[in-house]
Design a protein around this ligand. Structure first.
Ligand code: SIN
Length: 318
């Protein structure tokens, strides 16, 4: 079976994956702990926790609340900061076979540009994923919610790095196709759909929000049908690969995203239940391909577009 994915190819930028299964940013640390638990080198790629220019302590506790079909987080981009990543973590990534994608987050266009410029050429960093969709900081959703702002930040990063560039979008917009097209125009090589959906949970005993920050971002299985629809829509309006993310727990969940038009997938919240969830998803895709006689995983990508279902609405509304 051929599971190989050329996510970015053709020009001077290349990102080849041994298979379509990645970890999702913020759910796998920087991979260091997980390498002690299972063979992470078998994955298609690892995406780092969001990296900011300066270290961040994150939001006040509690920062995670479980829901009936997922969880809400308000971590607030806690991370060790760019310098420590370059000094202490990237040298470890460099020894790995699995490509590592550095997820970056900033408060200003200059932040993103600076992050990209300093990561450019760092051994161990195979690509950059821009997070313009974090719901847990004051400025988080602004770039991702507006096509012009999304275009501007993508373009600023594009000017500062030759690394393959992925942009992670929020579902919390009325016209995701418009934002997607704007970031592709800005120079994105691929898109990740979707980040968490803004959400809230209230503790009925304390009569207070369950999260210290008040609200947070919803992830997990409840999000999957929303994400599948947006992947289905966006993959028909852009000519770059889409990476599906949202509630993937099994191989068949991942196949659903591939059929909807994703070229690869990210496994996130499932990792909190089982640290080796991403590997289970990979093995599930392999089992599906064996059962269905699929020889090349790329033959699944967008296959649902050939169905009789009307590809509508063309814009993601409401
Ligand atoms: C966080 O650290 O708050 C989560 C990051 C995100 O949802 O983009």
């Amino acid at each position: 079976m051929d599971l190989h994915v050329d996510l970015v190819s053709g020009g001077k930028r290349q990102l080849s994956l041994a298979n379509p299964v990645m970890t999702a940013s913020g759910t796998f640390g920087n991979g260091l702990e997980y390498q002690k638990i299972f063979d992470i080198q078998r994955l298609g790629a690892i995406v780092s926790k969001a990296i900011t220019r300066k270290p961040r302590r994150g939001n006040v506790q509690p920062r995670i609340a479980e829901t009936a079909a997922g969880m809400i987080n308000s971590i607030g981009l806690q991370n060790i900061g760019l310098s420590a990543i370059i000094r202490d973590v990237a040298p470890v990534w460099e020894t790995w076979e699995v490509p590592v994608i550095a997820n970056i987050a900033g408060e200003t266009v200059d932040d993103y540009a600076e992050l990209a410029s300093r990561l450019d050429g760092v051994a161990g960093v195979a690509a950059i994923e821009i997070n313009i969709s974090c719901p847990n900081v004051e400025s988080g959703l602004e770039f991702g919610a507006d096509p012009d702002a999304a275009n501007k930040v993508t373009n600023a990063v594009r000017q500062r790095t030759d690394l393959p560039l992925i942009v992670k979008l929020t579902p919390n917009v009325t016209d995701i196709a418009g934002v997607a097209s704007a970031v592709v125009d800005g120079g994105a090589d691929a898109l990740t759909l979707i980040n968490t959906y803004p959400a809230m949970s209230i503790d009925v005993r304390t009569r207070q929000p369950a999260l210290g920050w008040g609200a947070g971002g919803m992830s997990g299985p409840a999000l999957k049908p929303i994400a599948v629809r947006l992947v289905y829509l966006v993959s028909q309006v852009v000519d770059v690969p889409v990476i599906g993310c949202g509630g993937i727990t099994t191989g068949e969940d991942a196949v659903e995203f591939l059929l909807a038009g994703a070229s690869a997938v990210q496994v996130g919240t499932a990792t909190f239940r089982s640290p080796r969830a991403a590997l289970d998803v990979l093995e599930g895709i392999e089992a599906y391909m064996r059962e269905e006689g699929v020889e090349d995983v790329s033959s699944l990508v967008g296959a649902a577009h050939e169905s009789k279902a009307e590809p509508r609405p063309a814009r993601a509304t409401g």
